[in-house]
Design a protein around this ligand. Structure first.
Ligand code: COI
Length: 363
């Protein structure tokens, strides 16, 4: 996209030395670049987007987001390419999901030009912040909040869109080590007709107590079951889940189907395609927690892994619940997850062909 939004340069950007220090070990979500895209909605229309210094924002204490939670966000990444350039991965899918989240939260549609064109311009401006290591990236965080200073419960009449950038390495402090999960039968993440498919802040707020419970049970992450039967696997924390099955000599990569209460992950969608490219069968269907437990015991379920933009692919090594505990394979993660992870990263870093046109060159 070739938009050109007015830039108000940061008068006090990080020095090259400060930036280099942050890029040495970026972690996830700790450091932010010098600028952000800003657009405001009022009187039924979006005003012009601009690029401003990254800085705190002011909100009226009565701003609707602080009370009634009209807040949606996205996450996608810009990757350093093998030739030194920079490309984003499927940002237009995130723009689509942002629009879908906005509809669910009764928020106005943001022009795609602001989302994608704003990202391109910001990445161009901040290109020195894109780290170069394998799996490292510039994580892009768009968000929209209701800012109307009014306490009546109705959709806000005013909104703020921001898009800022954060250099990213491994999401989990332990890197891609397998995680142990706690299957929650007490809390649910989302219910039919709710907001599970939307990337709204409230879904994450509501997940935190279950995540704390998982940690209290000695686990790294919570696994969510469906709200109605408490029997079908939905997600892990904020990530989608995949199961690798061995059936009659075939390897089948399967993931819980999108029922409306799961987040339609961009990495999830990409892995279904990549798995087929690599010669696996891939499908989406209901997966029962019993099928999981029995499949591991019988040797039919050989691997389980979680996926998302932030952490890419994370193997699940062991499972705990009130029904007991079991280990998947040797607990160390398996070759299918490792192969898919490598294939995805090779594509994202421009080291492998891009047959589906997922990469968008920015620099
Ligand atoms: C993901 O990318 O997997 C996420 O859900 C992002 C997370 C940091 C909210």
């Amino acid at each position: 996209m070739s938009s050109s939004f007015v830039v108000h340069p940061n008068p006090n950007p990080h020095s090259a030395a400060e930036r280099a220090e942050r890029l040495k070990s970026p972690g996830f979500g700790r450091y932010f670049t010098d600028h952000m895209v800003v657009a405001r909605y009022a009187d039924g229309a979006w005003g012009p987007a601009t690029i401003e210094p990254y800085a705190p924002i002011t909100l009226d204490p009565s701003a609707s987001v602080l009370h009634y939670g009209q807040a949606i966000f996205e996450g996608f990444k810009a990757y350093r390419q093998a030739d030194g350039g920079i490309a984003t991965f499927r940002a237009e899918k995130n723009a689509e999901r942002f629009a879908s989240s906005a509809r669910r939260l009764a928020m106005p549609a943001l022009p795609v030009e602001v989302f994608c064109g704003g990202a391109d311009q910001l990445i161009g401006l901040e290109q020195a912040w894109v780290p170069g290591g394998d799996g490292e990236s510039l994580y892009m965080r768009p968000l929209m909040i209701g800012t109307d200073p009014f306490l009546g419960v109705r959709p806000s009449l005013e909104y703020l869109f921001l898009l800022f950038a954060s250099p990213a390495g491994a999401y989990f402090p332990r890197g891609v080590k397998p995680v142990t999960v706690w299957i929650s039968d007490e809390y649910v993440r989302a219910a039919p007709g709710g907001t599970g498919f939307a990337k709204c802040a409230g879904n994450y707020a509501a997940s935190l107590v279950a995540q704390a419970q998982a940690q209290a049970e000695g686990c790294d992450q919570v696994v969510w079951l469906d709200a109605v039967h408490r029997a079908y696997v939905e997600e892990m924390g904020g990530m989608n889940l995949f199961f690798v099955l061995r059936e009659g000599g075939k390897t089948i990569v399967t993931t819980p189907e999108l029922t409306g209460s799961l987040l339609p992950g961009v990495t999830r969608d990409s892995l279904l395609v990549l798995a087929r490219d690599l010669g696996y069968e891939a499908d989406e269907r209901r997966i029962g927690v019993d099928e999981w437990r029995e499949g591991v015991a019988s040797g039919r379920v050989v691997e389980v892994f979680a996926c998302g933009t932030a952490a890419v692919i994370t193997p699940v090594g062991a499972v705990k619940s009130r029904q007991g505990a079991f280990t998947i394979g040797d607990g160390e993660g398996g070759p299918v997850a490792a192969r898919l992870r490598q294939a995805l990263l090779d594509l994202q870093h421009g080291r492998a062909p891009d047959p589906h046109g997922w990469m968008h060159r920015v620099v």
